[in-house]
Ligand binder design. Structure first.
Ligand SMILES: NC(=O)c1ccc[n+]([C@@H]2O[C@H](COP(=O)([O-])OP(=O)(O)OC[C@H]3O[C@@H](n4cnc5c(N)ncnc54)[C@H](OP(=O)(O)O)[C@@H]3O)[C@@H](O)[C@H]2O)c1
Length: 461
């Protein structure tokens, strides 16, 4: 082989980052690979778009068939996003015997089984390190460097957009809409931020992480997903009063013979490492039964960090292709560890139904009755008694309570930290609290994640 030829599908944020990396680090890559990397074709939607990128003339195309038909292209790099066209092109590339690198978490969360079966049938390699955590080498770590462990839990802040928004709400007391606008102004949030703020993006990523960590073929619909759009600045303040930071946490936990999968705004102790992950940074904490707690932190998105992961996948596939070229009698060296681990995932453990997880919760009950001032103390006490009676009827014990003044003058929040309880009971308790006359708005509950080594019953898979 004179060079490793690649075809790029998409040349936006990540595609542009990859082209810059190939130019800036071209020498390093050639040295590591033993041959140069060459981009033969770049598929885009709009040929007229201005692109300040190091692109050789004539490589841009709007016709996928040109990428597919080029016999010198051995690796197709999918950086378009979306699921429908990306799935179609990825499958066609694999069927044509081309290896695949992708940063597309949605594609993998929804279609990994189909894509990897096709890849195996065609003896093709698939790299997707960039799909979770940008530049953080988390997938390779799970599939190889921690593979001797039974994973007990995995908690991640894996969406930088929402982490930035929650940070601005917590530190600058901004309402959600203003924090979102600030994120959009800085390019941390898309003009349409739905997939980030409603938790879908984190859910795509936890589907991939959990599949690798627990060997389970996850049905994306089994993940309980809640975004951050309902979080208010008062919630973050009350959480801080109780010693917690509020984060959009993607979690996969093995407890009582079941796998619990969720994405939700949750509370972590302010002393925990995850509480200190700020701005667009990502972090994943993994607890393995022998390695103990391990924390991976880094730039979870952006053109350079993501391009780093994409380029490393290209290098890994390129190195194996070189090996194959040296030993022509071998038709196939087998897939890399990450691809194999994901492909072999099977439904070995049951995924817990929504609401089945036990844990402690912080309940926020908005009230207009201030607690201690003269004349209203009695009303405050009646309110507390009413709340306690309802919670106790639902089997919820909440020994730690506090009144916290809301940002709006004259409004208060009665906050209660519960003992461990099954989530479903909390939901029922919240519904019942709505019947209390002096409750000003819907009560909220945030799960508290201790982020300590768990005492699971039974062995994780
Ligand atoms: N942005 C990040 O920081 C980041 C981080 C990790 C993973 N990812 C993932 O990486 C992928 C790409 O993200 P991105 O932010 O680079 O997206 P982007 O900036 O929107 O770029 C998408 C590129 O794909 C091209 N494209 C889209 N649909 C196409 C179609 N049907 N036919 C031909 N070309 C098409 C676009 O062409 P035009 O230029 O002509 O419009 C554009 O060049 C996504 O799967 C994303 O989830 C992104």
């Amino acid at each position: 082989m004179d060079a490793l030829h690649i075809g790029l599908l998409g040349c936006g944020v990540v595609g542009g980052g990859l082209l810059s990396l190939l130019q800036e680090n071209g020498e390093v890559l050639t040295r590591r690979l033993g041959q140069p990397l060459q981009v033969r074709r770049v598929l885009v939607r709009n040929l007229r778009r201005q692109r300040n990128l190091p692109l050789p003339p004539g490589v841009l195309t709007t016709d996928f068939e040109e990428v597919l038909a080029d016999p010198r292209i051995s690796i197709v790099v999918e950086l378009m996003g979306g699921t429908e066209v990306a799935r179609k092109y990825a499958l066609r590339a694999l069927r044509a015997g081309k290896h695949l690198v992708t940063a597309n978490k949605a594609l993998l969360a929804l279609h990994a089984t189909e894509l990897l079966a096709e890849a195996e049938a065609r003896h093709c390699m698939v790299g997707f390190e960039a799909s979770v955590g940008g530049g953080i080498p988390i997938l390779e770590a799970l599939a190889t460097l921690l593979a001797a462990n039974r994973i007990e839990s995995l908690h991640g802040i894996i969406n930088g957009t929402t982490n930035y928004i929650l940070g601005r709400m917590a530190h600058d007391h901004l309402p959600y809409a203003a924090a979102l606008a600030a994120a959009q102004g800085l390019g941390y949030a898309e003009p349409d931020p739905t997939l980030d703020v409603d938790g879908t993006d984190s859910a795509h990523k936890i589907a991939i992480l959990a599949r690798l960590a627990f060997g389970v073929d996850i049905d994306f619909k089994e993940i309980s997903v809640q975004g951050i759009t309902e979080v208010g600045p008062d919630d973050l303040r009350v959480a801080a009063r109780f010693g917690y930071a509020l984060k959009l946490l993607a979690s996969a936990t093995y407890a009582e013979e079941q796998l619990h999968l969720s994405v939700r705004p949750a509370l972590v102790p302010q002393t925990a490492a995850l509480a200190r992950i700020e701005g667009p940074y990502n972090a994943v904490q993994i607890i393995g039964n022998f390695c103990g707690p391990q924390l991976f932190v880094g730039q979870g998105a952006g053109p350079r960090a993501t391009a780093s992961a994409v380029a490393c996948d290209i290098l890994a596939i390129g190195a194996r292709l070189m090996e194959l070229a040296e030993y022509p009698s071998r038709r196939w060296l087998g897939a890399g560890a990450v691809q194999q681990t994901l492909a072999r995932a099977q439904a070995k453990v049951s995924v817990a139904p929504r609401g089945a997880q036990r844990g402690r919760y912080l309940l926020l009950v908005p009230s207009g009755d201030p607690p201690g001032s003269a004349g209203t103390a009695a009303a405050g006490r009646r309110f507390e008694a009413g709340v306690a009676e309802i919670l106790s009827r639902h089997g919820i014990a909440a020994p730690h309570t506090e009144w916290v003044a809301a940002a709006a003058a004259g409004e208060w929040c009665y906050a209660l930290e519960t003992e461990p309880v099954v989530e479903r009971q909390v939901w029922a308790g919240l519904d019942a609290l709505a019947t209390l006359e002096s409750v000003k708005a819907a009560a909220k509950a945030y799960r508290i994640e201790p982020l300590a080594v768990s005492q699971t019953k039974g062995s994780p898979p």
